[in-house]
Write a new protein. Structure first.
Length: 276
């Protein structure tokens, strides 16, 4: 069942909560005490409503049916109102049991807590019409404020991690030429000649060919080999860099606009008269 809300004009409006708590009172004074108790318990005027005798253009059954209230329940509340009883409604906002207890404490009852005679009487009158009570000059002394809820859209920002790129680290072989200067030594033959003074006579060895003196000559030869050594190390890793980004979107909000007809003074919360 949808939430319903009885205003000072006796009309029923849909509220945001899915349920209401209603109480029917045989005495208007009991209803007044229940409203005061609800107020003391922290329920605001915006959560409370009352339909009582003397209000104008009340068609409670049709209003309730229009909100999806089952026909039997709507007819029952309308019949009780027609019989001169006062109906108090509360939008509990999660405090259903507390609202029930307060209404019942001051003599209130509802569709679920009817007496046997009330249930029988309701069943006997299947087609009882709902009368509109009150006259044009009836005084409406219910002082409940009426409110209009203003809403606005707000941006909700969420973040998700997505892949933005990839870095690969690999090795490749680069060929280059290097020149190294290496000192080497080699041997040279030195010929030294000396003249023999005085013409020394050598009779031991006859003049002839075939006499040879040999002297080996050596040099250092460069041999090149290669070996592999580690010259460095390259590591790859990640780190988080925080930055700010701005997001822009269009949002809507509701504002109250005052319209007036005729000579009517309207004072807003800042104490200024305004019209449109």
């Amino acid at each position: 069942m949808c939430d319903l809300f009885l205003t000072k004009e006796g009309k029923v409006y849909m509220a945001m909560q899915p349920t209401i708590v209603a109480g029917i009172f045989a005495q208007e004074s009991q209803a007044t005490q229940a409203l005061e108790a609800l107020k003391q318990a922290g329920f605001s005027y915006d959560q409370m409503g009352v339909a009582k005798q003397g209000q104008k253009n009340v068609n409670l059954q049709n209003d309730l049916l229009g909100l999806g209230v089952p026909h039997e329940q709507a007819r029952y509340y309308a019949q009780e109102f027609k019989a001169g009883r006062t109906v108090v409604s509360v939008r509990p906002d999660g405090r259903e049991q507390e609202a029930h207890d307060l209404l019942h404490r001051y003599g209130g009852y509802d569709y679920e807590h009817r007496t046997l005679s009330q249930q029988t009487g309701a069943d006997d009158d299947q087609s009882a019409p709902v009368a509109q009570t009150g006259t044009d000059d009836a005084q409406d002394d219910f002082q409940q404020p009426r409110s209009l809820r203003l809403r606005e859209e707000r941006l909700n920002v969420t973040k998700e991690r997505v892949e933005s790129g990839e870095v690969n680290l690999r090795k490749e072989v680069v060929t280059e030429q290097k020149t190294i200067t290496v000192p080497v030594t080699h041997e040279e033959v030195v010929i030294e000649r000396e003249a023999v003074a005085g013409g020394q006579i050598d009779t031991a060895t006859p003049i002839g060919e075939g006499e040879t003196i040999s002297m080996p000559v050596s040099e250092e030869q460069v041999n090149v080999t290669k070996n592999t050594v580690v010259t460095g190390e390259v590591a790859i890793g990640k780190r988080a860099i925080q930055e700010t980004q701005q997001v822009t979107d269009t949002v809507r909000h509701e504002e109250a606009r005052i319209e007036r007809e005729g000579k009517v003074d309207v004072e807003d919360t800042e104490g200024k008269n305004r019209s449109r």
